[in-house]
Design a protein around this ligand. Sequence first.
Ligand SMILES: Cc1cc2nc3c(=O)[nH]c(=O)nc-3n(C[C@H](O)[C@H](O)[C@H](O)COP(=O)(O)O)c2cc1C
Length: 371
Amino acid sequence: MIRFLTAGESHGKGLTVIIDGMPAGIPISVDFINHELEKRQKCAGSGGRMQIEQDEVEIVSGVRFGKTIGSPISMIIWNKDHSNWGDKMSIEKQPQEIVDSAKVTKPRPGHADLAGVQKHGFPDVRNVLERASARETAARVAAGGIFKQFLLTKNIEIASHTLQIGDIVVDPLAGGKYTFEDIQKTYENDPEIRCIDPGKSREMKQLIQRARMDKDTLGGVVETWAVGVPAGLGDYAQWDTKLDGKIAQAMMSIQSVKAVEIGSGIENAGKQGSEVHDEIHHNGQEYFRKTNRAGGLEGGVTNGMPIIVRVYHKPISTLYKPLQTVDIETKQSTKATVERSDICVVPRAGVVSEAMLSYVVAQAVMNSKNG
Ligand SMILES: Cc1cc2nc3c(=O)[nH]c(=O)nc-3n(C[C@H](O)[C@H](O)[C@H](O)COP(=O)(O)O)c2cc1C
């Protein structure tokens, strides 16, 4: 079974990822992984870390002469910004003045800050925010770079696009009017927003500029497709092997994602059954559907149509006009801490969705009898 775990703090030495269970003989390109990492760094709503450092992966084990060798794959992405944080993120014990000067005591509403402090009894929010930060998604994207290269050997491809930012929505949300190739081109054609519709992209960019001026933040929706997926992956027989459930868990774990939708599940809930279900046809060789409102999954099993998953990101919670909070030391009302932050993460979060979907699909391929 394929598994992966990440480690690392936002301003620590670096991020590490270990992937276990990859088969031997898969061709691996480091440039492919670095290109994925680049997609996670740049977009219209970014907050500037890209100016400080450009992520690059170092493969430490599990790959030899450009191919996987069946042993655990480990990778590191060094945090170049760590040099500015040496004392504050020191592994070694430090004098009390440094510990105190590095301390954060004003938790930001919407972050893990207060909940994490309550969990561990920490006197310093930084112990929580360094790990809860979405910097961790760089490690997931590096892992996704491996899973995607494995899936390519099975002719399965994954791509995403921006469906909504704030209240600007690509019409119709239900899709069907664009192809997978259109989705694949959005990074090249529109790296700042990654939207299929150039008019909507302009509106989304203006909305982000306005939010930046207002010192506010925006959320939105990313849609991810996996194409070339054979019918029969996943299972209908047991709750914890249903593929829709596994996808939902993986996607919901992405920082700031608060809802996950398969196909046009949300819209479908308000319709009649006759308008929703994708009728079955056969062309003499194979089954086919003229619609894909089920998003490629029925009963927790792939049906041969593209898997379509939408994730709903909340507006991010670090605000340059900080919200009201309570100082954990004094218990006095105050304004929340401001860390360097994005305005809208939706365009650059697309590749994180791709990484998580590629993980679940790769795992399902390996678990299937044809894996
Ligand atoms: C790619 C990406 C980048 C993010 N960058 C920021 C950021 O700059 N500032 C911020 O407040 N939240 C950011 N977030 C969201 C927070 O990490 C997230 O809201 C927080 O950890 C709390 O987790 P939750 O929203 O899942 O409950 C980002 C999320 C993603 C996916």
